[in-house]
Design a protein around this ligand. Structure first.
Ligand code: FAD
Length: 354
């Protein structure tokens, strides 16, 4: 075997550059997504901070794909897992600060926490974020919205790294936010955003947060294993009405079910595989097309490959140990991000409320 082929056959984790954060081979993903299904990341990278991430992107082999995730509230990870590197931003990216009438929030900050910090500071306008169980990074990518407002109404600017680790400041216009979509290239990684608030009455803002929580409890299966709205609303229609019209409310396949409470939500009843959920979604699309002539488009992002889950147990490698550090970094104090354990349903953040 040639040296080149031998090199390519080494496990991915051994071919990645040294980092200050944490690299894990065969890292299970099911426990850190809302659906609680799917295979493992070939390698998961939890960067210590922006510099660690930028350096990693600049130095990693060009052909290795990188997929970034937030808290997986809009993700279906397929059973065969995700090839390449899955990036999970942690505490080093979760800061929230109020600057006069603006709120600066890191990409890993939970939307709910951003809404709460704004409320405490008497800033109105971002209450809708309390109804979205994701992160600011996910909200930027999806132009997340609820109760008549969406990210594009409140974002002044954002920051992102491109696929090679170059840092970019993005104006509101450059973000190209349209319905559940951002025009920023899929392989760019949002680092955070500057949001605008308006002076408001803290009691009234607090009451609005409570009203949003109550409305969600009443209308969405927020305590289930779900991924939020499965399909985008086609122009002029509501996806849930089309699904209802096609007779799909309550429809099930394997361990997956169309929610009785909100029929644009798919549920893992406890035993579903990602394949069950995806096949049920496709069945719903077929029936809606037959019944109404309208093709539903997936809003949920499906990542990874189909197939049985890998049996390989996770392997954590401090890349500094796997490879000798560069001379110039020998004096640098290594910062380790704390391991983030996946939490069972019903437990408190990383996520707001399952
Ligand atoms: C019960 C429930 C209710 C929901 N209600 C709403 C709602 O009312 N309105 C709404 O809009 N959505 C809703 N959602 C969907 C979901 O919460 C949003 O889309 C949210 O913005 C996703 O954020 P996340 O951090 O979970 O991202 P993930 O689900 O982890 O990822 C979603 C997408 O964002 C990308 N992404 C994540 N972080 C970054 C980053 N830092 N840089 C670049 N890309 C990134 C991922 O690659 C992926 O493509 C709901 C979901 C659930 C489960």
């Amino acid at each position: 075997m040639s040296e080149m082929v031998k090199l390519r056959n080494r496990p991915l984790i051994d071919r990645l550059p040294p980092v200050r954060g944490r690299l894990t081979a065969d890292a299970p993903l099911a426990g850190i997504t809302w659906f609680r299904v799917g295979g493992a990341a070939e390698v998961m990278f939890r960067p210590a901070d922006v510099d660690d991430l930028a350096k990693f992107l600049a130095e990693k082999p060009g052909e290795v794909p990188v997929t970034v995730m937030g808290v997986g509230s809009n993700l279906l990870v397929r059973d065969g897992g995700v090839p390449g590197v899955v990036l999970r931003l942690g505490r080093g990216f979760a800061e929230i600060a109020v600057e006069e009438r603006r709120i600066r929030a890191g990409a890993a900050a939970l939307d709910l926490n951003v809404a709460r910090v704004a409320a405490e500071a008497g800033l109105a306008g971002v209450e809708f974020l309390s109804g979205i169980p994701g992160t600011i990074g996910g909200a930027l990518r999806m132009n997340a919205g609820a109760y008549g407002r969406e990210m594009s109404d409140v974002v002044l600017e954002a920051e992102a790294l491109d696929a090679s680790g170059g840092r970019h400041r993005l104006s509101h216009k450059a973000l190209g936010l349209t319905y559940r979509h951002s025009a920023i290239p899929e392989d760019w990684i949002f680092l955070g955003a500057l949001l605008k608030g308006e002076m408001g009455n803290p009691t009234a803002i607090g009451a609005k947060l409570k009203q949003i929580q109550d409305a969600r409890e009443a209308s969405q299966p927020i305590r289930s294993r779900t991924g939020g709205s499965t399909f985008a609303n086609p122009p002029g229609f509501k996806a849930w009405e089309l699904i209802e019209q096609a007779g799909c409310r309550g429809l099930s396949l394997g361990g997956a079910q169309v929610s009785d409470m909100h029929c644009n939500f798919l549920i893992n009843t406890g035993t579903a595989t990602a394949a069950d959920i995806e096949a049920l979604g496709e069945l719903v699309r077929e029936r809606v097309l037959e019944e109404t002539g309208i093709t539903l488009e997936w809003e949920i992002k499906r990542i990874g490959i189909k197939g049985p889950p890998s049996e390989t147990p996770p392997r954590e490698v401090e890349a500094q140990e796997a490879k000798p550090p560069e001379i110039k970094s020998l004096n640098a104090k290594p910062q380790k991000s704390k391991p983030q354990k996946s939490k069972p349903l019903g437990s408190k953040p990383e996520r707001s409320k399952p």
